[in-house]
Ligand binder design. Structure first.
Ligand SMILES: Cc1cc2nc3c(=O)[nH]c(=O)nc-3n(C[C@H](O)[C@H](O)[C@H](O)COP(=O)(O)OP(=O)(O)OC[C@H]3O[C@@H](n4cnc5c(N)ncnc54)[C@H](O)[C@@H]3O)c2cc1C
Length: 414
């Protein structure tokens, strides 16, 4: 009789990162820089398949965010670091500067508040009149604008892939096509269950984007919020309409929402797109009206936070649905800032889905949200709200997570 073959030992790492978006990969990169072992587990067959690969690709300056908050601090640092990272790794990027345009007098107090926030956050911003804004964007219409020189564009999908390559170069492992199905804390480590076997981590970071609340619950944590998926759809400009836009043209945002409003962006490939709007997605990864998962939709609709939100903002929500379904309604929004754009200039150009954390009382979590289970060996850190500008801020977010987990402080890449 032969003895049964011994099972291979369960792979283990100092840190296991769940999620191969830009936040997970930036975290893994920070961990690998310290010499610790790290394993990234991504359920899709490629990195950056969700928010990171389907966004506006804008390098945000840090203008909008409440002074003193994590978004303000990490976006300002991330803006400079993203540009430096792209330069160092020869990745496409351009610092174009952007205009935030007020189209009516009722928007001026909100624009003044943005200028105040920018100043408090240390972001350079210049107040311009109608003539001054047309020096930057000759086809724009408005009564006043803020010009922010440090805003730029890049390709976050490529940045995430590059981070993945660096993690592997520094001795880490990146597994795609490996879905995490459960997370169990033990006394001195954490068992991460996947569809192809367990991985042990002394510590675990969960950066699951649209699934982050589910993963927190799977680990036995109370996330205190639910992720409500808001789709943002884009419209591409025709070649002739693209000539109307040199860089980035934004409206003054509605302070009731953490969304920046439909803007026109010239991407690094030279194409111009407008968007994103914000409509409730009918599935967590609901990239179109046809992508419906009844159980997930019911989960969103039955949640007290969504119900309160819908009651309070139904008019805004209906407007967004109308603009999603009617190109004429969408073009009217763009014409406020760019009157020469015609409906025939626009064509559908994809969508992204925002993972927005909503509290049971219907308030949208504005700042980044991290929830920690335990400390030291056996700890889990959940990234529960990392919407825009988390792509811009990913490099400093990764270092901040490392510090929270291990106490080790790293400087930016030189
Ligand atoms: C429409 C839109 C426009 C935006 N524009 C900008 C912008 O211009 N500038 C900016 O800075 N930010 C922007 N953002 C925000 C930015 O994209 C996000 O903040 C950022 O990508 C978040 O990264 P992440 O890694 O947390 O999430 P994600 O990129 O969503 O990554 C999460 C990953 O977790 C994986 N995952 C989920 N469940 C599991 C599981 N069970 N097992 C294993 N893996 C799992 C997913 O497959 C996914 O790859 C925008 C977002 C959207 C949607």
């Amino acid at each position: 009789m032969t003895a049964p073959a011994a099972l291979p030992p369960t792979p283990r790492a100092d840190v296991v990162v769940v999620g191969g978006g830009i936040v997970g990969l930036a975290t893994a990169h920070a961990v690998a820089r310290t010499g610790r072992s790290v394993v990234v587990l991504e359920r899709e067959h490629r990195l950056a398949a969700h928010q990171t690969g389907n966004n506006s690709n804008v390098i945000h300056s840090g203008l909008y965010y409440a002074p003193g908050g994590a978004k303000a601090r990490l976006a300002v640092a991330g803006c400079a670091e993203t540009v430096a990272f792209c330069r160092a790794h020869d990745l496409p990027h351009r610092v174009t500067g952007k205009l935030v345009v007020a189209t009516g007098p009722e928007e001026l107090p909100r624009m003044a508040e943005l200028a105040r926030r920018g100043k408090a956050n240390g972001v350079e911003a210049h107040e311009l009149d109608a003539e001054g804004m047309r020096v930057h964007e000759p086809h724009v219409r408005g009564i006043a604008a803020l010009y922010v020189p440090s805003t730029g564009v890049c390709d976050y999908g490529r940045i995430a892939e590059t981070l993945g390559v660096l993690v592997v170069k520094e001795g880490g492992e990146v597994h795609t096509g490996r879905a995490v199905t459960g997370i169990a804390r033990r006394r001195a480590d954490v068992v991460v269950r996947t569809d192809t076997g367990d991985v042990l981590g002394r510590q675990v970071v969960v950066c699951g984007g649209l699934r982050s609340d589910e993963l927190a619950r799977a680990a036995g944590a109370d996330p205190g919020v639910r992720i409500v998926p808001f789709r943002g759809e884009y419209a591409g400009f025709s070649e002739s309409a693209a000539e109307l836009v040199k860089g980035l043209i934004y409206p003054v945002p509605d302070p009731a929402f953490p969304f920046l409003g439909v803007h026109a962006t010239r991407g690094i490939d030279g194409h111009v797109h407008a968007g994103p709007n914000a409509v409730l997605a009918l599935a967590r990864e609901g990239y179109s009206w046809g992508a419906v998962k009844p159980k997930e939709l019911l989960g969103s609709l039955a949640y007290s936070g969504t119900i309160v939100l819908a009651r309070k903002h139904w008019r805004y929500g209906l407007g967004e649905v109308r603009r999603s379904l009617s190109p004429k309604a969408m073009v009217r929004r763009i014409q406020r800032m760019l009157p020469e754009v015609r409906v025939e200039d626009l064509s559908p150009a994809g969508a992204g889905v925002r993972a927005q954390a909503v509290r049971p009382d219907g308030s949208l979590v504005d700042d980044f949200l991290f929830v920690e289970q335990g400390s030291g060996d056996g700890a889990i850190l959940h990234v529960l709200n990392a919407p825009s500008p988390a792509a811009t801020a990913a490099l400093p977010i990764g270092r901040e997570i490392l510090e929270r987990l291990t106490g080790e402080k790293l400087g930016p890449l030189s």
